[in-house]
Structures are given as structure tokens and as C-alpha cells.
Design a protein around this ligand. Structure first.
Ligand SMILES: [Zn+2]
Length: 177
């Protein structure tokens, strides 16, 4: 701290600026890891939250493969033996759930229907395609599945957070309560 006093005012300013920049570079970037399905699912054994992490595998061609998996945080039971699940399997589980879930549970249903209606208007206008009312339910389910697979992290989180029931992970299976 005594070094500051020896520096002139301008040098002191510069010194502080450099210090700030340097310190800025050393702030750990915790937000760089983003996972779609954390905090939305609970452990089916102990009720703890389900968290996620990533691993990188080196490929033979020199590239890397990102591998995301979800696991029980064991916050409520340090001995919890729930199995971890990789993200593709989790998405498959959630997609299957979209076939079973009561669509009225999905608060995003209205929005999804609007999206589909807009698309169907285009199909009807351009391709002369007409849709029966019954097919809309199927479309809503398919659209929800599409969001789970191809949507942004925000869209995936929004979809799941709109479910009225709680989601549980137990032995690599997702169940609703
Ligand atoms: Zn657990």
C-alpha cells in the first residue's frame, strides 16, 4: 500500500487502472457453464436437486466432444446412490414424457398453438395444406419435443418450468409427481 504514495497522481491513476484490468482477468467465469435442465428436476431417491457437469473427450481427429451429464447433488443424503444420466438420454426421457403429459399442464400450450397456427397458415397458403383440429394436440406434443431437442437453453428451461407437476429423476428415468 505504501507504494501508492510514491507515485504521482497520474501514475497512480494508471496503476489503479492496470490493477483493475488485471484483477478483472482473474475473476473466475462461473457463468461459462450453462446447462438446460438443472434446478428443474429433483432426485427421486433423496429429494436433493439435480445438477450437471461436463466432460471433454478428445477425438481421434483432434477435435473434442462435449459430454454433459446430470447427477444428484446429494445435499439431502450424502450416501444417495441415484445413477447419473447423460444429456441425450435425459432429453429422450423428457421427450417421452411429452407424449404422456396432460397438455393442459403445459402453460406454454397457448404459445405453442400460436406458433403452430402461424406455421399452418403458411402451409395452407403456400402448400394448400389443411389441418384437422384433432391434429393440433399431436402438433403441440411434437413441438414441445422439438424444443427439448433443438430449442435454446432458455426455451428448454421455459418449457419444463411450465409443467405443473414436479419432475423426478430416479435410475435414469424421469417421473412426474
Ligand atoms: Zn439423491
Amino acid at each position: 500500500m505504501q507504494n501508492y504514495i510514491k507515485l504521482g497522481k497520474n501514475k497512480l491513476k494508471l496503476f489503479n487502472k492496470v490493477q483493475t484490468m488485471l484483477n478483472g482477468n482473474f475473476i473466475p467465469k462461473t457463468e461459462s457453464k450453462e446447462f438446460a435442465f438443472t434446478k428443474l428436476i429433483r432426485c427421486g431417491y433423496c429429494g436433493s436437486g439435480i445438477s450437471a457437469d461436463e466432460k471433454f473427450k478428445k477425438l481421434k481427429d483432434g477435435g473434442t466432444n462435449r459430454h454433459v451429464y446430470y447427477f444428484c447433488t446429494k445435499a439431502r443424503n450424502i450416501d444417495c446412490s441415484n445413477s447419473p444420466i447423460n444429456e441425450p438420454s435425459l432429453i429422450n426421457e423428457l421427450a417421452e414424457l411429452m407424449d404422456k403429459v396432460n397438455l393442459d399442464e403445459l402453460e406454454v400450450r397457448d404459445r405453442i398453438e400460436n406458433e403452430i397456427a402461424r406455421f399452418n397458415k403458411f402451409r395452407a397458403g403456400v402448400l394448400g395444406y389443411k389441418q384437422e383440429k384433432k391434429a393440433i394436440d399431436i402438433d403441440v406434443r411434437n413441438y414441445a419435443k422439438y424444443l427439448l431437442k433443438e430449442g435454446t437453453i432458455m426455451e428448454k428451461r421455459e418449457l419444463l418450468s411450465c409443467l405443473q407437476s414436479k419432475l423426478f429423476l430416479k435410475d435414469r428415468k424421469i417421473t412426474l409427481e
